[in-house]
Write a protein that binds this ligand. Structure first.
Ligand SMILES: C[S@@+](CC[C@H](N)C(=O)[O-])C[C@H]1O[C@@H](n2cnc3c(N)ncnc32)[C@H](O)[C@@H]1O
Length: 417
C-alpha cells in the first residue's frame, strides 16, 4: 500500500477569465500566454507514470482552452492514469458536447470546478467575466447528468468572502463531493500593487462567521477544506483546516512557457509563510504554517493566539456505523463495520467518513496525535476491495511507531474480507 501521490501539470497560462488574484488572466491580458505543444506535456506524463504516479491534475491557465487538451487527455488515458482531474473554470464544459468529447477518451475523471463565489455577483466581481457564473452552473448540470465526480475550489478574496454561505444550496443538488476554499496566496497573484493586494486580501477573523454558517449548511461529514486559514482564528472549524495537501509534484510553466522539472508543491507554497515565536506553544503548531508575509504586513499577527489544549474526541468512530448502514454495496458497509469494531487505532483518531455517491467507495479521515492527517480510501474493484492511504504531509520523525501501527491496523480491518 503506497501513499497517494499525484502530479499536476500546468498547461500554459491562457485563460478566458481575469480573476483578480491570478497570474494567468493577467499574463493572458498582457499577451504573454501561449498555446502549449503536446509533446513536452506527454513526456512529463510518461515520466510521472514511470515513477508509479497514477493520478494527474491538468490545470493552467484554463486547460480546456488549449488546442492540444483532448490529445493530452487521450495520452493520459493510454498511459494508464487511474484518475485524471480536470481543473477548470467551467466555461467550456457548459457545452454538453464538449463534456462528451472528454468522456469519450475513456478516462476516469474528477472535474474540479473553480467557483470564485457562490453567487453570480460575487463570482463575476472576482473573475471579471460577465456570464462566467451561469456557464459554471450549466457545467454542474452537464457533469451531474453524466454522473461525474465534481469537486469545487475557490480562492477567498474580499469580493467573494460574504457569498460563501450560499454554497450548500448551490452545490448539494449536483452531488458535489468536496469544497475547498483557499485563502488568497500573494505569490500566485501575478504582478500586483500593494493597493491591489490590500483590496483583495481579507482579514481572517472577519471570515469566520460566514464560514461557520456555510459549514452548518452542509450535512455532517461533507468534505469542506479551508486552506491556509490559521487554526487559532477558527478553532471550531479546525477539523476542516488544511495547510498542505496530498503529496503533489507540480510541473509548472516558466516565463517562456516551457515546462519546469516537477517540484514539491506544498514545500514551495510554504516559502512565504511565517509564524510569531509565540506559536511554538500552540497545539496546532506542527500542522500550521502561519500566515503569508504580505498578510502580516497588512494586518500584523495579533490574531494569532497560541491554543493550549486540543480536545481529542473520537466523534468519528461512531459515525462509521451509521455510514455502514447507508452503504449501497454490502462489502463497503461490512468494511466500515469492521473498522468500527477494530478502533481505536493506536494514536489515530477517526475524524470523519464519507461514502461516494454510487456507494462503491468510501473515505475515512483520521488524525494522528502529531497533527498528521491520514485519509484511507477503499473501493470495490472487480470482485474485491482495494484500499490506499495518504498522509497530508510526510510523517514527522517524532510520530514513532504509533502512526504506522494505527494505519496498518485500520487498513487491515477495512480490507479483511
Ligand atoms: C489557476 S486556476 C487553473 C485552472 C482553471 N483555469 C480554473 O479556473 O480552475 C486553479 C485554481 O487556482 C486558484 N488560484 C489561482 N490564483 C490563486 C491565488 N493567488 N491564491 C489562491 N488560489 C489561487 C484558483 O482559485 C483556481 O481555483
Amino acid at each position: 500500500m503506497e501513499p497517494e501521490q499525484q502530479v499536476e501539470i500546468q498547461l500554459g497560462h491562457l485563460c478566458n477569465n481575469r480573476c483578480v488574484f491570478c497570474v494567468s488572466g493577467q499574463r493572458t491580458a498582457m499577451g504573454e500566454a501561449h498555446p502549449v505543444a503536446a509533446d513536452p506535456v506527454v513526456a512529463k506524463l510518461e515520466e510521472a507514470r514511470a515513477r508509479g504516479i497514477d493520478k494527474v491534475t491538468l490545470l493552467g491557465g484554463e486547460p480546456t482552452l488549449q488546442p492540444e487538451f483532448l490529445a493530452i487527455v487521450r495520452r493520459a488515458v493510454a498511459l494508464g492514469y487511474r484518475e485524471i482531474v480536470v481543473f477548470t473554470n467551467g466555461v467550456k464544459t457548459a457545452r454538453a458536447s464538449f463534456v462528451d468529447e472528454i468522456l469519450a477518451t475513456g478516462g476516469n475523471f474528477t472535474f474540479r470546478l473553480s467557483f470564485q463565489g457562490a453567487t453570480a455577483r460575487a463570482h463575476e466581481r472576482t473573475t471579471k467575466k460577465l456570464g462566467s457564473f451561469g456557464r459554471l452552473v450549466e457545467s454542474l448540470a452537464n457533469l451531474h447528468a453524466r454522473r461525474q465526480r465534481i469537486t469545487v475550489n475557490m480562492c477567498v478574496v474580499r469580493s467573494n468572502q460574504d457569498s460563501v454561505e450560499a454554497f450548500p444550496a448551490l452545490l448539494l443538488p449536483y452531488g458535489v463531493s468536496q469544497l475547498h476554499l483557499d485563502m488568497v496566496r500573494p505569490l500566485d497573484a501575478g504582478v500586483r500593487t500593494e493597493a491591489e493586494l490590500r483590496e483583495m486580501m481579507p482579514r481572517y477573523s472577519d471570515l469566520v462567521p460566514a464560514l461557520e454558517r456555510m459549514i452548518a449548511g452542509f450535512p455532517p461529514g461533507f468534505d469542506v477544506n479551508l486552506g491556509n486559514l490559521p487554526y487559532c482564528v477558527a478553532q471550531d472549524l479546525a477539523e476542516h483546516i488544511h495547510h498542505d495537501g496530498e503529496k503533489t509534484y507540480t510541473v509548472a510553466v516558466d516565463h517562456d512557457d516551457a515546462l519546469s522539472e516537477p517540484w514539491d508543491k506544498y514545500e514551495t507554497k510554504r516559502r512565504d509563510k511565517r509564524k510569531p515565536a509565540s506559536c511554538s506553544d500552540c497545539v496546532y503548531e506542527p500542522r500550521c504554517s502561519g500566515v503569508f508575509e504580505t498578510y502580516e504586513r497588512f494586518y500584523g499577527v495579533s490574531e494569532l493566539v497560541p491554543v493550549r489544549t486540543l480536545p481529542v474526541v473520537d466523534r468519528g468512530l461512531a459515525s462509521l456505523r451509521e455510514l455502514a448502514g447507508r452503504a449501497a454495496d454490502p462489502r463497503i458497509g461490512a468494511g466500515l463495520l469492521r473498522l468500527h469494531g477494530a478502533g481505536p487505532f493506536a494514536e489515530l483518531t477517526v475524524r470523519g467518513a464519507r461514502l461516494r455517491e454510487d456507494g462503491q467507495a468510501a473515505a475515512i479521515d483520521l488524525e494522528h496525535t502529531s497533527g498528521v492527517r491520514v485519509r484511507l480510501a477503499f473501493a470495490v474493484q472487480g470482485a474485491r476491495l482495494a484500499g490506499r492511504y495518504a498522509l497530508d504531509r510526510p510523517a514527522p520523525s517524532l510520530s514513532g511507531p504509533g502512526l504506522t501501527a494505527g494505519v496498518r491496523a485500520a487498513m487491515t480491518a477495512l480490507l479483511a474480507e
